[in-house]
Write a protein that binds this ligand. Sequence first.
Ligand SMILES: [Zn+2]
Ligand SMILES: [Zn+2]
Length: 252
Amino acid sequence: MEKKNITMAVDTHTHTILSGHAFSTLAENVAAAKERGLYGICVTEHGPLTPNGPPDFIPHSQRMLPDFIDGIRVYLGIEANIIDYGGRVDVPERYLALCEFAIASFHDFALKPGTKEENTAAYLGALRNPFIDILGHADDPAVPCDFEALAKEAARLGKLLELNNNSLTPHRPNSKPSLIEYIKACAKYGVGVCVASDAHFCAMIGNAKPLFQLLVEMKFPLELVVNLTRERFETYLQQRQLRLKKENLIAN
Ligand SMILES: [Zn+2]
Ligand SMILES: [Zn+2]
């Protein structure tokens, strides 16, 4: 089994040149996804507070995109910036409501890391935002937080936590020990996770090989990986739609 190449069906965290500091176009990302045999990608541009980032209405513009581009399902997403320790984000709700999948992440250009308690409160607040599905790269050791508190609350809310392949690349050096503790907390509370590339270049699309190797080494229950199969990911999305409709937060 260790020899088997486990991969994701849907890459839930990808950027294009619209994010202001990424290197590929959507067409290039889609071509890469097709070459790697993915079912789909979530287009998750950074939020508007990112230097040279897209405008806050980018989710509105994304609605001009077709569901499928060259056979690849393109899910409309966002990677919103957390902007305070209450967990508010930089994308207005009327635009968040247009997203099919929304990530909230801590980036120091939008909010300076605070104490462990403040960072944990920021993450918990973002998780409780009904439009936010998942926290991005919350294992980042530069933003210390209480992993168990995050995993417990995400599981209670039916939300997700992200395992980000850049925690094992030079992009976030020395992150592996923190990532391992984060993975342990996810397993302990049985929270759903997405394994994501956080691609800023098309060659990164769908690539989380080191992360999957680590999960296998750690005997992480792969049934918790929501984006491992198309069926699992779409089931999650259907449930989030039902939840948002029940709360009268989206139409029909
Ligand atoms: Zn990020
Ligand atoms: Zn990102």
